[in-house]
Design a protein around this ligand. Structure first.
Ligand code: FPP
Length: 227
């Protein structure tokens, strides 16, 4: 039986370089990147094997960028959630987040909660945006939650304490933009993920390329440590 791509996770890299190459400000790349997020999400919602799509939208390290770019990304996210609520409903996509939302503005947190609430019964796909997310941060916060409840963690019960609890392990992890690193993404969840690195910059990433990655994934042999 071939592999089933239930959970796809993507490091959406290359927005800045895509824009620079065209002589445009970096933020133009993020703007185009948000449109690609919509296309890929719609594709995944209509693919009957994909149940979860996790996208690295803002890392714990991204605060180091110039304030103007950080502000732009926050506004873009707010606008995206506001405009795309209709897409979430039309395509039956449930919206979720992982990461520590506490540093975000009250207005953005409110928007995030609203879209989560409005889409909570949608069943075709769960789109998870990783926001102020870091894999180590997720693990440390999970360990602290368990500690607070006085629970000794095991590999089985640790799942319950993660932000990504119930999302299931990642099957396919894609990084666009040519770098070959995990950059602190989904360290626990991606333990057995099949990795795909592409030179395509995120604003140029297409459903066609995703289809060919899924095709290759299905041909890969996954042994999960067995023989
Ligand atoms: C990496 O490109 C991308 C980000 C840090 C942000 C990802 C954001 C988006 C795809 C758009 C917004 C998303 C939503 C859901 C509204 P980079 O800036 O590091 O590119 P570079 O490596 O070429 O500099």
């Amino acid at each position: 039986m071939s592999n089933i791509p239930k959970h796809i996770a993507i490091i959406m890299d290359g927005n800045g370089r895509w824009a620079k190459k065209r002589g445009w400000p970096r933020v133009k790349g993020h703007e185009r990147g948000a449109e690609v997020v919509r296309d890929i999400t719609t594709f995944c919602a209509n693919h009957n094997e994909i149940k979860v799509l996790t996208l690295y939208a803002f890392s714990t390290e991204n605060w180091k960028r110039p304030k103007s770019e950080v502000n732009f990304l926050m506004r873009l996210l707010d606008r995206y959630l506001k405009n795309e609520l209709k897409t979430y409903q039309k395509e039956e996509v449930r919206f979720e987040t992982i990461g520590d939302l506490s540093p975000f503005s009250d207005a953005l947190k409110k928007r995030i909660d609203l879209v989560k609430e409005e889409t909570k019964d949608n069943k075709k796909l769960t789109q998870v945006l990783a926001l102020n997310y870091g894999g180590r941060d997720e693990i440390v916060r999970a360990a602290n939650r368990a500690c607070k409840e006085g629970i000794k963690v095991t590999q089985d019960n640790f799942d319950n304490f993660l932000d990504s609890s119930n999302l299931g392990d990642v099957d396919i992890l894609i990084r666009t933009g040519g770098e070959k690193r995990l950059s602190n993404f989904l360290l626990w969840r991606a333990a057995y993920a099949e990795l795909f690195f592409t030179n395509t910059m995120w604003p140029d990433f297409t459903t066609k390329e995703l289809e060919s990655i899924i095709k290759e994934f299905k041909l890969r042999e996954r042994r999960f440590g067995g023989i």
